[in-house]
Every structure is written in C-alpha cells, then in structure tokens.
Design a protein around this ligand. Structure first.
Ligand code: FES
Length: 89
C-alpha cells in the first residue's frame, strides 16, 4: 500500500519576511475555514464582519479572502505544501 503523502502548510509574515508556522495538516484541518484555522493557531487575523465576506480585512496571499475558503482550497506545490502569507505580520 503506498504511503499517504503528508500535507503541510507554511505561514509567512510578509512584513517580517519570516516563516511563522510550518505544520502538518490533518484531514480535519483541510475542511476548516481558512480564517478560523489561522485564528485557531493564534494568528491575529483581522476581521470586522466576522466572516461575512464584507470587510476584506482577512485577506491573505495578497487577494484571497480567508473567511471565504477552506484550507483545502489553497493551492499546493508538488511536495504538498500549501502557503499562506499575511501582509501585516
Ligand atoms: S472577515 Fe470580513 S471579509 Fe473576511
């Protein structure tokens, strides 16, 4: 039986130019809303509309509204790594 590929996420701060978090993703993680996932990791994702998709404060990767997608919706490279950059961190 082939070994299941490990899925990873790397979260970068654009302002600090630092890798903030690198961790494995579980199947459960993939189905979580991206903004909630990042907030659950303790990252201060801005929001004034609480995920209604109106305020656009939760943008990551320059133009992705994080409250509007799931972790699994992030594109990933051939090593299975999904990347998120947060402009103000
Ligand atoms: S939290 Fe307001 S648009 Fe995402």
């Amino acid at each position: 039986m082939p070994r299941e590929k490990i899925s990873l996420i790397e979260i970068y701060g654009s302002a600090s130019k630092k890798l903030l978090i690198r961790r494995e993703l579980s199947i459960q993680d993939l189905n979580i809303n991206l903004m909630s996932f990042l907030q659950n990791l303790g990252l201060p994702i801005a929001s004034s509309c609480q995920g209604e998709g109106i305020c656009r404060l939760c943008i990551v990767n320059e133009s992705v509204i994080s409250c509007g997608i799931s972790v699994k919706d992030l594109p990933f490279d051939k090593k299975g790594v999904r990347k998120v950059s947060i402009g103000y961190l």
